[in-house]
Write a protein that binds this ligand. Structure first.
Ligand code: SF4
Length: 137
């Protein structure tokens, strides 16, 4: 039974906002070997791919063009948490800096590439449920 969750973009899925992936061989191998399940919480929240990038501003997640996408982020994080709990995951390997999967440092809400301290919506939720998050660049 898989005991790990990974960001789907790290496993090679084209699920980023720009339809790209961020494949990391070691993460892909974990999925191929049945050690991990890949999730994209942004897609699980109903967001399309491609989509306009979003960043956390205060306690909201705001799309670069203005719309508030907090509800989709919250729903996606909850759905992905459900998957983590269903497979009994105790740790997660998640993409750094993302407003959903980032941990420790995330983009600062100015859409200028600057970072600030904080966790993405999914990382924060996992940690609240005692699932360890490992950030992958
Ligand atoms: Fe990757 Fe996570 Fe963003 Fe999906 S939500 S594209 S898995 S960083």
């Amino acid at each position: 039974m898989p005991k790990k969750i990974v960001s789907a973009c790290l496993a090679g899925f084209h699920c980023r906002y720009d339809c790209a992936h961020q494949e990391r061989e070691a993460i892909k191998l974990m999925v191929e070997n049945g050690e991990a399940i890949a999730v994209c919480p942004e897609q699980m929240g109903g967001l399309s791919t491609p989509r306009t990038p979003a960043e956390i501003i205060g306690n909201k997640v705001i799309s670069k063009t203005g719309p508030d996408v907090t509800d989709a982020y919250t729903k996606g994080a909850e759905e992905a948490l459900k998957m983590a709990q269903m497979v009994g995951a105790t740790e997660a390997y998640l993409k750094s800096r993302s407003p959903m999967c980032g941990q420790g440092k995330i983009y600062d809400g100015t859409f200028t590439g600057q970072l600030t301290e904080g966790d993405g919506v999914f990382s924060k939720l996992l940690k609240q449920h005692n699932i360890k998050v490992i950030s992958i660049d």
